[in-house]
Design a protein around this ligand. Structure first.
Ligand SMILES: *Cc1c(COP(=O)(O)O)cnc(C)c1O
Length: 365
């Protein structure tokens, strides 16, 4: 069993993806070819954001947004320490200071009730992470940001396709940033990502930053990066959009089914909480276990792959330890010790899911 089954997905979409890749090879516009604009238009139609800007990766999306906000050295960005490193890494690279605020123990998302107390005169932005595919309390975060004149950047790398109060993840705040890394809910066959915004001036800034700060060819108005997404990868995303609605539906169904089956087979197991007014696209189907290493070893013996997202909160990582002092994050520390992700993808079969559930119930004793 694959942890994430990309082979069945390719088998289902093979003709469409192959034809789209062939078209790029035929026209030869490998950089900023027609598929780039076509994909950006499709993503805007899907998310409802006025602007979709394709970029080289999810990491690059975060960096370009932060550059568009023109942080001054020492400006602070409030974020969760329980995330992939790129979230805080790009804050530092853009000249800012990550201010880590703890997560809710149930959802593992940034705890909005702790954010206002962490705001200082240097705060410029809040960067919640839609971890595992569920959006954080965005209404509360947007309200706080509005009161204090801050930008909100949603790290939506794991949540493309999720909804919050009927609106799509990525289109909920100043910026949304997603990733098309192959294993994300919408992936390409390499690196790719996108920025979503409905702010015309910020969108223009992001487009310029994406190509070395050029406002026109060889006129470098601002500092930028080489941050474009390849035409070939945009063609792959377009191919995958063909059945993406089905995949999202299937992910929601499999998430529900995992919950029901695990509650029945392993009643003591702590599951991720999905809060009201939103759904989770389960980029990872993550549960909380004690004695994780032993459970993982038993599952491995039963042929069930697992993973840990993430084993160490960022304020305990050597590169970010200097930002640890401000706020205690006990729930992030506890989650890092206990989270374990199970096989998940739209092509996971019910039979496979049943095998995972019974192996886990047995592994838990
Ligand atoms: C995957 C991921 C990123 C980075 O995306 P890449 O496309 O791999 O650069 C950033 N933040 C989170 C939460 C992620 O899961």
């Amino acid at each position: 069993m694959d942890f994430i089954d990309l082979k069945s997905q390719y088998a289902a979409l093979r003709d469409n993806i192959n034809a789209r890749i062939q078209r790029v090879l035929d026209h030869g516009q490998y950089i900023m070819g027609p598929e780039v604009k076509e994909m950006e238009a499709a993503l805007s139609a899907y998310t409802g954001a006025r602007h979709s800007i394709s970029v080289a990766s999810g990491t690059e999306a975060l960096l370009i947004c932060l550059m568009a906000l023109e942080l001054r050295p020492g400006d602070e960005v409030i974020t969760s320490p329980f995330t992939f490193a790129a979230t805080a890494e790009m804050i530092v690279l853009a000249g800012g200071v990550p201010v880590f605020v703890d997560i809710e123990p149930g959802t593992a998302n940034l705890d909005a009730t702790l954010v206002e107390a962490a705001i200082t005169p240097r705060t410029r932005a809040i960067m919640p992470v839609s971890l595992y595919g569920q959006v954080a309390d965005m209404d509360a975060l947007n309200a706080i940001a509005g009161r204090h004149g801050l930008a909100v950047i949603e790290d939506a790398a794991q949540s493309f396709g999720a909804t919050y109060q009927g609106r799509k993840s990525g289109n909920l705040s100043t910026f949304g940033c997603t990733s098309f890394f192959p294993s994300k809910p919408l992936g390409c066959y390499g690196d790719g990502g996108a920025i979503f915004t409905s702010d015309d001036a910020l969108a223009q800034a992001c487009r310029e930053i994406r190509t070395h700060g050029q406002s026109q060819r060889y006129l470098h108005t601002r500092l930028g990066v080489g941050g474009r997404m390849d035409t070939l990868q945009c063609a792959v995303v377009l191919g995958k959009l063909e059945r993406f609605e089905w995949e999202v539906r299937r992910r929601l169904e499999l998430g529900e089914a995992y919950g029901a089956k695990l509650r029945a087979a392993a009643p003591g197991l702590q599951l991720l909480q999905v809060k009201g007014g939103r759904d989770c696209v389960w980029a990872q189907y993550t549960v909380f276990v004690d004695d994780r290493e032993a459970v993982q070893a038993r599952l491995k013996q039963a042929g069930i792959p697992t993973a840990v997202h993430y084993p160490r909160p960022l304020h305990h990582q050597p590169a970010y330890a200097r930002y640890a002092a401000a706020h205690a994050c006990p729930h992030s520390i506890a989650a890092a010790q206990r989270v374990m992700s199970l096989p998940m993808s739209a092509d996971l079969t019910e039979d496979q899911q049943d095998r995972v559930v019974s192996a886990l119930a047995q592994a838990l004793g």
